[in-house]
Design a protein. Structure first.
Length: 104
């Protein structure tokens, strides 16, 4: 009997937020905090302590490559906004990050 074990990493409860500059990042934090009914400072704290994927698309792609190099086969992502029907982060991730980093 042969068994394979996949290596999966969860990026954290802070979720994935992509932003090209600080103003865009701050705006998204404010919006997503409001959607989650939490103070923006609480979301910022979650990002600092519970997440590993936030920043520019290039920064996020770089972090994903590090995970791939570390031997992870799968990455479990959490995106803000989806419970309210906002898919902006998912779409940006697909358009700007996945095209750079491909997991097979």
């Amino acid at each position: 009997m042969s068994a394979e074990v996949s290596k999966l990493v969860y990026t954290g409860d802070g979720g994935v937020i992509l932003a090209d500059n600080q103003e865009s990042f701050d705006s998204k934090v404010e919006r997503y905090a409001k959607l989650a009914a939490i103070p923006p400072d609480r979301l910022r704290e979650r990002l600092r302590t519970l997440s590993i994927l936030y920043g520019s698309p290039q920064q996020v792609a770089s972090e994903l490559l590090k995970l791939k190099e570390a031997g992870f086969d799968h990455v479990l992502l959490q995106f803000h906004g989806w419970p309210s029907g906002t898919y902006e982060e998912m779409e940006a991730f697909a358009d700007k990050v996945v095209t750079t980093v491909r997991y097979s």
